[in-house]
Design a protein around this ligand. Structure first.
Ligand code: KIV
Ligand code: ZN
Length: 401
């Protein structure tokens, strides 16, 4: 039997876990970041991969941004049959109509409207009063409703917006027909405690809150996008907007793979589930790096090369006794293959002996002393000691010859 590696129960108890919708914006907010743009073919391949991954909503692009973006949203809307296909639009007629046209062929379509609500944006970006913002948002929602199956409204820069005013904005948006209301942390400014408090406050005071889905959309400027998204879920958000590999504007968006695995590894803590086939996380991440030419760091959580690699002797010894000592999830669960015990200068005798055995070398204690000494001498010179090096050492040859 595979041992349970975490302290969590693997089910949530007697009640069925609530579903958190995964809204993927790799093809919109992610693609918007410098260095990450994708052509139509690349976007289509990515959209198919996201569908296979099991995301609930794919934000396919911003149709009025360019003819190419329009075309790629229209194509994705035509071919995907599983997820809801979503397009972004400002609260202006031209954007909304273009979005509606791009989504015409979708089996299930969503127009995602956004308008800034924070004092800074109202004054310096929009030059609008509080009431003008509400009226503009409501008119846009009413127009969009006629052009798609469902409307999401985002209060841009919500986390720097006065909470009481945000209640009014969302209450009006719901009355106008929005079925998802999103409170983005547009500039990655909030903290987990603050966003949890804000979502709890909104869910309590927004009129019609029980009829809609509350959504979070966090940016990573202070490195807290995932933590903030999870805090929002704890406070009742039931849609999370995120991207593969956390790509997105500036420091990026919340990373899909990190959110999904956090929810999965701690089911008893969060009490929610997603529809993601987690075994496809690493292949999807790799597809994105291939399509954009942008690699993830080795130490990136879940999908980085080191996410399931161990070099230090103490950790390797622990892993050989019980994999739960230093791993809270299995590499197979995220599509990574096997745990790697990398041999380097920090590794110990146990891992070396095991690797030698795997390579077919049974070594007695006396021989092991000298093999281990030669291995350490080589490891001091090289970052990683490979199987060919070990073969040479075991056979008494010079691995550097
Ligand atoms: O970060 C943001 O506020 C956005 C909105 C368009 C949702 O990306
Ligand atoms: Zn964003």
């Amino acid at each position: 039997m595979t041992p349970n590696t975490s302290n969590e129960s693997s089910d949530v108890g007697d009640v069925a876990a609530e579903r958190v919708r995964i809204f993927d914006t790799t093809l919109r907010d992610g693609e918007q970041a410098p260095g990450f743009s994708m052509d139509r073919r690349a976007k289509l391949r990515m959209a198919h991969a996201l569908e296979a991954l099991g995301v609930d909503i794919i934000e396919a692009g911003f149709p009025s941004a360019s003819p190419d973006d329009f075309g790629s949203v229209a194509e994705i809307a035509r071919v995907l049959r599983g997820p809801t296909v979503c397009g972004l639009a400002r609260c202006v007629d031209g954007d909304i109509d273009a979005c509606g046209r791009a989504l015409e062929a979708a089996r299930h379509s969503r127009i995602h409207l956004f308008l800034s609500t924070s004092p800074l944006h109202r004054e310096h970006k929009l030059n609008m009063s509080k009431q003008q913002v509400i009226d503009t948002a409501c008119a846009a929602i009413e127009r969009a409703r006629k052009l798609c199956h469902e409307v999401e409204f985002s209060a841009e820069d919500a986390m720097r917006t006065e909470p009481e005013y945000l209640v009014e904005v969302f209450s009006a948006a719901i009355a106008a027909g929005a079925t998802t209301v999103n409170a983005p942390d547009t500039v990655g400014y909030t903290t987990p405690a603050e966003i949890a408090e804000r979502f709890a406050y909104l869910r309590k005071h927004v009129r019609g809150a029980d009829k809609v889905v509350f959504s979070s959309h966090c940016h990573d400027d202070l490195g807290m996008a995932v933590a903030n998204s999870l805090a929002a879920v704890s406070a009742g958000a039931r849609q999370v907007e995120c991207t593969i590999n956390g790509i997105g504007e500036r420091a990026g968006n919340a990373s899909l793979e990190e959110i999904v695995m956090a929810l999965r590894v701690r089911p008893g803590y969060y009490g929610v589930e997603t529809g993601i086939d987690t075994r496809k996380l690493v292949p999807t991440s790799r597809l994105l790096t291939q399509l954009t030419g942008q690699a993830v760091p080795r130490n990136k959580a879940i999908v980085g090369d080191n996410a399931f690699a161990h070099e230090s002797g103490i950790h390797q010894h622990g892993m050989l006794k019980h994999r739960g000592t230093y791993e809270i999830m299995r590499p197979q669960d995220v599509g990574m293959g096997e745990t790697k015990l990398v041999l380097g200068k920090h590794s110990g005798r146990h891992a070396l002996r095991q690797r030698l055995q795997t390579l077919g070398h049974e070594v007695d204690e006396a021989a092991m002393d000298s093999i281990f000494a030669r291995f350490k001498a080589l490891a001091d010179k090289k970052r990683e000691v490979h199987d060919e090096d070990l073969e040479a050492i075991a056979l008494g040859m010079d691995p550097e010859a």
